[in-house]
Design a protein around this ligand. Structure first.
Ligand code: OAD
Length: 254
């Protein structure tokens, strides 16, 4: 079922919301678009339209040109630090308190869900605001000496890198296990602002359907998930989610 134009909540979805006790939300870069953080694959504005991920977001790229990779992530880190959570992030914080079980899974590395107040957040692709040692794989909070790009690990002298998942790398095991477990045990799954093509995140809504949950997709455009989703609500997440939130809170409090 597709709903577009003025955001409205389909009657069948209102019923499901009123009964649901376990919710999973998967977000992608589209949820942060209204905060001014660029998405990846959108024509004209997507990062991967302008930059080659093979030169910036692979272990090989870091080995070949660590300075370029570090500088590119520093630029993105600055963009993200200047951004603020938007009504979509804030609506998810409120939604969490309405359901006995609520799992927020994100592919985003921008930390905006946490800054909005969501806790916990299952981060599938890491967090750009964290830095780790490329040799020891441990998180590093402080390092000495300015001027070396990338900076060096204070313990082993190895190059520091952002704590994000690059193409060709595995996802953090615990986060992926939590994402799969919650997906297989939810009543209602939301896929929000993601192109639904990057694996393994893209397989989560499909698994949710297989395990009997209803799937709601919220996006400004269709994706490969759209025809399989139980509901497709077309519109910006910052407009749609506050409407879903007020509907859910009415059904929970009536
Ligand atoms: P994409 O750029 O692939 O997709 C962004 C999606 O958000 C698109 O489907 C847009 O239509 C949608 N969108 C844009 N603005 C929106 C809005 N205001 N409201 C709702 N939807 C909106 O980004 P992701 O799906 O997040 O991985 O990409 C997945 C992964 O690919 C990223 O985590 C990143 C990237 O390579 C890594 O870097 C490992």
């Amino acid at each position: 079922m597709t709903v577009s134009g003025e955001p409205g909540v389909p009657r069948e979805l209102i019923k499901i919301l009123s009964k649901a006790s376990s919710i999973v939300v998967l977000t992608g870069s589209g949820i942060s678009a209204e905060s001014g953080v660029p998405t990846f694959r959108e024509a004209q504005t997507g990062l991967w339209e302008k930059y080659d991920p093979m030169e910036l977001a692979t272990p090989q790229a870091f080995q070949n040109n660590p300075k370029l990779v570090w500088q590119w992530y520093s630029w993105r880190r600055q963009l993200v630090s200047q951004a603020t959570p938007n009504p979509a992030h804030l609506a998810l914080v409120e939604m969490q308190s309405l359901f006995p079980k609520f799992t927020l899974i994100t592919q985003n590395v921008d930390g905006l869900h946490q800054r909005a107040g969501s806790d916990p957040v299952v981060e599938l692709h890491g967090n750009i605001l964290r830095t780790k040692c490329s040799i020891e794989n441990t998180i590093v909070d402080n390092w000495l000496g300015e001027g070396h790009e990338p900076p060096l690990c204070p313990k082993c002298g190895g190059l520091l890198r952002p704590d994000v998942v690059w193409f060709g790398e595995s996802l953090p095991e615990a986060a992926l296990a939590e994402a799969i477990h919650s997906t297989q045990n939810c009543d209602l799954f939301f896929s929000i602002g993601t192109s639904a093509i990057v694996q393994p995140a893209a397989s989560l809504p499909i698994q949710a359907l297989k395990f009997g949950a209803a799937v709601v997709e919220i996006n400004i455009d269709q994706t490969p998930l759209t025809t399989q989703a139980t509901f497709f609500i077309r519109g910006p997440a910052g407009m749609v989610l506050p409407v879903i939130l007020s509907t859910a809170s009415i059904t929970k409090h009536s």
